[in-house]
Write a protein that binds this ligand. Sequence first.
Ligand SMILES: [Zn+2]
Length: 233
Amino acid sequence: MKYKNNEKSLRAYIFFILLVVFFVNYDMTYNHNLLYRKSFISLATEKSDKKHSVVIDPGHGGIDKGTNYENLYEKDINLKIALYMKEYFEEKGFQVYMTREEDVLLSLKEIGDFVNDKKPDVFVSVHVNSFKDPGYDGISAFYHSPDGFQNEERIELAETIQKEVSKDGIWFDRGIKEQDIAVLRYSKYVCSLVEVGFMTNKDDRVKLQDENILKNTGENIANGIIKYIMLNN
Ligand SMILES: [Zn+2]
């Protein structure tokens, strides 16, 4: 009798354990599926709703002409390249914010505030270089990471841009450079400044007056940025 009772309670106990295991397992699977489905749906909507965005800053403007050679002004070349970039980015479905589309001057603080307000994937400033030695030529993507802020990301962006703008051999590849540039200091977002050629170099000056080259260079800078964004999203 005692034995039977023990057997009965053992059976009941095993049955109970099996029941618990079944329900816990069912619940976990169900919740996991639900969670998976939820995250999948939100990811899909986020992807379709959120456009990637860039802020383009054509350096200088207005009374600030930048570097110049006779009546060839850096501010005008920067704007031309930036507008080619804008067109290209928009064709690819990107949201583009320009710090200027006309011949006006913005303060560095205004540019910084504009960038941080737009919260872009990438901020890029476009410039033309100059140097006392007219032998200096070529293109270079600059980065700056104040106190190491976004150091890896900013280096990666500069490298990706540099690779794209140098690949067709139009410009001499000067490599990427670290420099404490004010316009990059204010940005909370990953950023780079591209110096397209040297106004002080004879061959570069010819290129800087060639619309096809400016368009091509703008598209290459844009492609570098697009590659960076795609690799990091
Ligand atoms: Zn400049």
